[in-house]
Design a binder for this molecule. Structure first.
Ligand code: ZN
Length: 463
């Protein structure tokens, strides 16, 4: 039973998992050969006894395996640094074992990185890279994304013993080297979700005002998207407009991870308040609705531009310079830096994508029978005639082609062939929530809106 006499510290992985039964059998065979026949019967009895004992040892071995898993769960719960230290862990016997001395190296996935490039930086042999790729779960390593992390536990021969592939704070894969074969295990964490609340007043741009109110960037974007069907954030936003947002704030082990989705929000634009709540349907899909149960998503966006690309040097009180110079104007002009993406405001079919002397590069989109939108003076066109585009699809970029005095987008909105003011035109009514969801929606949305209201009052009291 040599395997159990050495201290666990000195055992290598192979011996730790080798069956004690095989060792016993080896010894028995050689001993029996040298003994006389008389003793064989007695030996059989002894053998039986040993088998029973060995089985018990096996069971203990399995327990050790379980324990090892638990210890490793604890062990990997924090991120490794580069310090070459063994980690002292206590097993349930209260005996201190020094986890095999591994040198840990960490590598972050860079742009254009692949497994070989990354592992070569870490000095891992080509043979091991191959073993890893060929192992079950090796295919997970084929598509690395920038920012993901690898922690590599190497022994003194620079052999990879354990690999942690950290896809996100909530998901990692552990590759364990068992006799040169890697076994993969998936580890997931669940974030604690709290409700975050922010409110603010527009002083300059939407972005700067929201930043001052400490809204996370993705929540600012979400808020603009959420109300972007109703509010033209380029032209119609005013100093004194107000917003309030209730959103998922996600934590892991007490540390803030990121912001999730908006749960409920309100935006008061020029005295009119728009409200939205996130509602999860019975089938698990989620959408935003007004308190009346009308979808926030409408047939047309108010603004055909990525508004956050316009905000630099954006002045709420400044009159538009180009608008005044062009007579017989039948659309809206958005001054924006050259190259700013231009969106299709609604789903439709591209009926023109061309160049003319007055319009420069232009795109026309037909939306059903009734509506048409036109986009003029583009720097580049990104769609072809006949192509179907979805709402929000980039159809071109802002430029100054044709009769134009500077980079801007000229946008027209036609209803049955007649020009309308895109900023004030009555747009098709939004779809209401399904009848089958109505009752449940009313309950949930009311609770969320009350919550939004109460948080607003509470933060008022704080001020
Ligand atoms: Zn114009």
């Amino acid at each position: 039973m040599d395997g159990f006499n050495v201290s666990p510290d000195d055992m290598d992985l192979e011996k730790r998992f080798r069956s004690p039964l095989l060792l016993i059998a080896d010894e028995l065979v050689s001993t029996i050969r040298s003994w006389s026949l008389k003793l064989v019967l007695g030996c059989v009895a002894v053998f039986c006894l040993i088998v029973i004992l060995a089985n018990q040892f096996m069971a203990t071995g399995e327990k050790q395996e379980e324990r090892r898993q638990v210890v490793e769960h604890l062990y990997i719960d924090f991120d490794k640094d580069n310090s070459p230290s063994g980690t002292l862990v206590l097993d349930s016997d209260g005996v201190a074992h020094l986890k095999k001395m591994l040198v840990w190296r960490s590598e972050k996935v860079k742009n254009g990185d692949n497994l070989s490039a990354l592992f070569q930086r870490a000095g891992i042999s080509t043979a091991q890279i191959y073993d890893l790729s060929a192992s079950p779960g090796g295919d997970l390593l084929n598509n690395l994304s920038p920012g993901e992390q690898f922690h590599m536990g190497l022994d003194s021969n620079n052999t990879l013993i354990e690999l942690q592939y950290v896809k996100s704070p909530l998901l990692r894969y552990i590759y364990d080297n068992h006799h040169g074969h890697f076994q993969v295990e998936k580890r997931t964490h669940t974030a604690d979700v709290l409700y975050g609340y922010r409110k603010g007043v527009i002083k300059d741009s939407l972005y700067n005002s929201a930043k001052r109110a400490q809204l996370p960037d993705n929540i600012i974007m979400e808020m603009a998207n959420l109300f972007g069907w109703d509010i033209d954030f380029v032209f119609d936003i005013r100093e004194g407009d107000e917003f309030a947002v209730l959103f998922e704030d996600r934590f892991l082990h007490g540390e803030r991870l990121n912001a999730g989705d908006i749960i409920a929000a309100s935006f008061t634009n020029r005295g009119k308040t728009y409200r939205a709540v996130r509602y999860e349907h019975r089938d698990g899909s989620a959408r935003y609705y007004s308190p009346e149960g009308l979808s926030m998503r409408k047939t047309f966006l108010r603004t055909p531009l990525d508004i956050f690309r316009i905000t630099s040097g954006f002045n709420l009180r400044r009159k538009h310079p180009i608008h005044k110079k062009i007579k017989a104007h039948r659309g809206v002009d958005y001054a924006a830096p050259r190259g700013t993406p231009v969106y299709a405001t609604g789903r439709g079919k591209v009926v023109e994508s061309s160049f003319s002397k007055p319009n420069g590069n232009f795109v026309f989109i037909q939306h059903g029978q009734t509506y048409m939108t036109k986009y003029l003076h583009l720097d580049a066109r990104k769609v072809k005639v006949g192509q179907t585009v979805s709402q929000g699809k980039v159809i071109g970029t802002v430029g100054s082609t044709g009769y134009s005095t500077g980079p801007h987008l000229h946008y027209e909105f036609l209803v049955n062939g007649v020009h309308q003011n895109p900023r004030t035109v009555e747009l098709p009514k939004a779809n209401p929530i399904d009848d089958g969801e109505r009752e449940r929606f009313d309950k949930i949305s009311k609770a969320l809106l009350v919550r939004l209201e109460i948080r607003g009052q509470a933060s008022q009291n704080d001020e």
